[in-house]
Design a protein around this ligand. Structure first.
Ligand code: KG4
Ligand code: ZN
Length: 342
């Protein structure tokens, strides 16, 4: 089944064509709005929606041409129905349902985080269900037990800021602009952790919950207390990144120990962070556990993960009835509500 995927939940317009029968990604394209929002220090929702409108159809034409397909070859459409910015989601939902109606094919609303969670299954070697997923994006930080498509159990989550949000806010404090994650990671490479001492929040909380807003406040206090030259800024970035990485590693290992599972999947934009990748892989070895990462381009928002998640839902006949959706967007949508099996 040839599935067109459309992602427009925030500031990236992503489209992809995924061949569900062969399990092959035929083509995908992404237009990042980073430059559009950069002058404002964050995403401006109205600008995001308008730009999705401009990009989504030309991008779709492009991937059809690239893969040698025509509109009539599309057999199903998956679009991000939530969570995300309402206006931005509406663009993807409208195009998906309009196209679906015209072509006579189903359009299915996909949970954005499900797209991220299942993305590592797109490439070999793929993890086997059940596995633990560390979901670290700009809006979410969660540890999940993933037993199958639509079978997600929340084990722990951030009580305040998401990990990506902490990167973005700290980058702003350091005057690095938006988005903060890649900028802090690059600056951290030039610095040394430990020169400034930052807390490892909730490290010993005894559960799998996390918290990052205190870390950002601790950075703000350090910035206020010192006049920072470039080297000191790099040292703060390095210590900040080390603090987040330490906590994410500790909680991920605790989730593996608690469940007895030995496969960990890392998903979401912060999963592109190379210090996190290196640290997790090293720490997991000691537990004889394996860590799976999507390619960095599929860690951050993209259309491929949405086409892929939709293909998995369409493929399983037992899910067919529950996955048929009308026109819907859900700007706030807990992943537990996208569960298909009780
Ligand atoms: O998954 P994603 O693309 O969008 C959301 O669904 O939120 O994640 C975006 C987040 C941003 O907060 C960005 O700063 C962060 O991922 N990010 C990174 C890196 N690349 C992106 N954080 C740390 N290190 C990176 N290399
Ligand atoms: Zn995302």
């Amino acid at each position: 089944m040839l599935v067109l995927g459309i992602e427009t939940s925030c500031d990236d317009t992503g489209v992809a064509l995924y061949d569900g029968a062969r399990g092959v990604l035929l083509s995908h394209a992404l237009y990042s709005q980073t430059a559009l929002h950069a002058p404002y220090g964050g995403v401006v929702p109205e600008l995001a929606s308008r730009d999705h409108i401009r990009r989504v159809l030309p991008l779709t034409d492009g991937i059809l041409k690239e893969s040698g397909c025509v509109l009539g070859d599309i057999e199903a459409i998956g679009y991000t129905a939530g969570p995300g910015l309402a206006g931005a989601l509406l663009v993807g939902a409208s195009v998906a349902h309009g196209l679906g109606y015209a072509l006579g094919v189903p359009a299915l609303g996909i949970h954005h985080l499900e797209g991220h969670l299942l993305a590592p299954l797109m490439v070999a070697p793929a993890p086997q269900f059940p596995f633990i997923a560390l979901l670290v994006s700009g809006g979410h930080t969660q540890l999940m037990r993933v037993a199958g498509v639509g079978d997600y159990q929340l084990l722990g989550e951030t009580l305040d800021d998401a990990a990506g949000e902490a990167f973005d806010k700290t980058a702003q404090l350091l005057g690095l602009g938006y988005p903060g994650g890649p900028a802090i990671a690059a600056l951290a490479d030039k610095g040394v952790p430990g020169h400034f001492e930052l807390p490892r929040p909730m490290l010993h909380s005894g559960n799998l919950d996390l918290s990052f807003s205190g870390l950002k406040t601790a950075v703000a206090l350090q910035i206020r207390a010192h006049t920072l030259d470039e080297r000191m800024q790099a040292n703060i970035a390095a210590e900040f990144q080390a603090a987040i990485v330490d906590v994410l590693i500790a909680k991920s290992l605790a989730a593996l120990k608690l469940t007895g599972l030995r496969q960990l999947v890392v998903a979401g934009g912060v999963g592109a962070n190379s210090a996190l990748r290196a640290g997790l892989t090293r720490a997991a070895l000691a537990l004889h556990a394996e860590v799976f990462y999507p390619a960095p381009e599929f860690c951050t928002d993209n259309g491929a993960m949405i086409a892929h998640a939709a293909a998995l839902r369409f493929r399983d006949p037992s899910l067919a009835a529950t996955t048929r959706s009308g026109f819907a967007i859900k700007p706030r949508w807990p992943l537990s509500e996208a569960n298909l099996r009780p």
